[in-house]
Design a protein around this ligand. Structure first.
Ligand code: ATP
Length: 202
């Protein structure tokens, strides 16, 4: 299987995430998109943040019914700081027949060189970077020194055109906190979940 690993805090998952995932699935020919919420340190959970359980439940609501989308609690179970390299290594060891890609918005690419073991990440999976509004066009070139020329050629040839959606979890949490509408920015089941769980209110 060709698997796209999509990490984030997903607090909450929103249409920006879903559209990015679907564009990559279709245009790169991925069999599965695996959403992997990062572990959040308990201090970050106080106040207006979702718990691990709530973020997983929202993911399940958002992707339920799509057989190509799945969620994994691998980083939450591992605990501590979530490093992409550890997640990809764990996945690669347990799913030896699968080929891994990892998806990210262009804002994440900017900090990639500072991630733990960036070279190893690029050996374990091919990156797919999708533009995000307000962020410079993706500068894949910055990954050139971190992998072989052959590897670079492989992933720099992957182009995904995805609608630019200026949506962020931060803005959704803020709107919720101020009683503003988040309708259509998240799937309706997520909108209802946030309301019934009284999420993101201080
Ligand atoms: P927050 O506002 O809390 O930082 P976020 O909306 O950026 O959250 P994350 O869960 O941190 O969402 O993002 C996970 C991944 O999804 C990152 O690679 C990020 O670049 C990408 N992403 C998030 N929102 C968008 C969007 N609107 N368009 C493209 N990529 C996005």
């Amino acid at each position: 299987m060709r698997v796209g690993v999509f990490g984030g805090s997903f607090d909450p998952i929103h249409v920006g995430h879903l559209v990015l995932a679907e564009s990559c699935r279709e245009q790169v020919g991925l069999d599965q998109i695996l959403f992997v919420p990062c572990n959040m340190s308990p201090h970050k959970r106080d106040g207006a943040f979702g718990t691990d359980r709530q973020r997983m439940e929202m993911l399940a609501l958002a992707i339920g019914g799509n057989r190509s989308f799945a969620a994994s609690d691998i980083e939450i179970r591992r605990g501590g700081v979530s490093y992409t390299v550890d997640t990809l290594a764990e996945l690669a060891a347990s799913r030896v027949d699968d080929e891994f890609f990892f998806l990210m918005g262009s804002d994440s690419l900017n900090s990639f060189a500072t991630w733990k073991e960036p070279k190893r990440i690029l050996e374990l999976a091919l990156p797919i970077v999708v533009n995000r509004p307000g962020v410079e066009d993706n500068a894949l070139d910055m990954l050139r020194p971190l992998c072989s020329p052959e590897r670079f050629a492989m992933f720099s040839a992957i182009k995904v055109q995805s609608p630019l959606l200026e949506v962020s979890s931060t803005a959704i949490r803020s709107s919720s906190a101020h009683g503003k509408s988040i309708r259509y920015l998240v799937p309706s089941a997520i909108e209802k979940y946030i309301a019934t769980q009284k999420l993101y209110r201080d």
